[in-house]
Design a binder for this molecule. Sequence first.
Ligand code: PXP
Length: 240
Amino acid sequence: MAKLGVNVDHVATVRQARGINEPDPVTAAAFAELAGADSITVHLREDRRHIQDRDVEVLRKTVKTKLNLEMAATDEMVGIALKLLPDYVTLVPEKREELTTEGGLDVLRNRQALKKAIELLQQGGIVVSLFVDPDIAQIKETHRVGANTIEIHTGSYCEACRADERKIELAKILNAIRAGRKLGLGVNAGHGLNYQNVQEVVALGGIDEYNIGHSIVARAVLVGFERAVREMLALIRKEG
Ligand code: PXP
């Protein structure tokens, strides 16, 4: 059965909008685990726009399932990972100007730096995944540089509007799953998956774990909104 990793970055995005201490991504992670999530993912970005170092430190102590730290393959991040020892690290490309991770790693072009980061992380006992586009050459290179797992970037499929485009993107994902499996890699998938598009990917089979964040946080805001308003009204109407 496929697993679900819940990415709680955007709980922290709401918190950072006010610079106070709520909503707390650590509390969200605990609720995700109570609901049955198999792992918790956070992306510690270079600019610390959402998740903060302290969040990762506290999550390391409180997560009862598995902690997946998404990060760029920089010396700073490798140092943090080796100090905190998440169960998994997912290496992603990172650009300061992007709104979210845009595309997979270019493993072919960055093989030396990635190989070095992978070796250091694995020496620390961390399982390493590389976030890659559904591109066979990149997946083969991921195997050559010694990673344990690929996370297939599903963004192009999720953004495809026309049915024929979606079909092409799904076929690429299926080929990527098969290539990853053939090489003995773990196969995860994520980015842009939501309540409308995830089932077509699930139907392909062969994916170990889905990493999903934005759509879950977005839905939580809306499904919880009515209750939150009712609770505030109850307090206000107590007067007199
Ligand atoms: N996987 C990776 C590698 C990501 O960078 C992200 C976004 O942080 C996700 C999965 C989750 O994507 P989304 O928030 O669109 O569900």
